[in-house]
Design a protein. Sequence first.
Length: 168
Amino acid sequence: MEALDAAAAASAERNLADILAACVADGASVAYQAPLSPETARGFWRKISGDVAMGNRLLLVAWLDGRMAGTAQLNLAMAENQPHRAVVEMLLVHPGYRRRGVGRALMRRAEQAARGIGRSLLTLDTRAGDAAERLYRSLGWVEAGRIPAFARNADGTFGDQLFFYRSL
């Protein structure tokens, strides 16, 4: 498990894009619809690398069996009156590495990193009914609300989005 600086994030762009594309192809609700082009996936990670370089984002990656297995982000670019807060975004675990503790380890590391930089409140959102919902609840995250028909699912239906918080 490591936090990538901007140069390392740029070097890992292909691996990160592969994880994003695999998760989208597997039905993840992470802002994109399948099929996700390699160019779009790489473009997303280029933007993230820029945010890391500016100090607005922390990019975490997890390794398993010598391969990048998952990633998560801490969005640190909060409003001036919210310096105590960060948002966990894009928890992605490659489908081939799921159910092996990667997501849980990434979440624990994100919480630890947030504490280390003085953040005391984390928020996140996820599609209702996804495995991530169960993970967040098991880690002590508290549901703050639900928005119905928030985002389109791969099958064309609309799914509810849950919002969670965790005080550190």
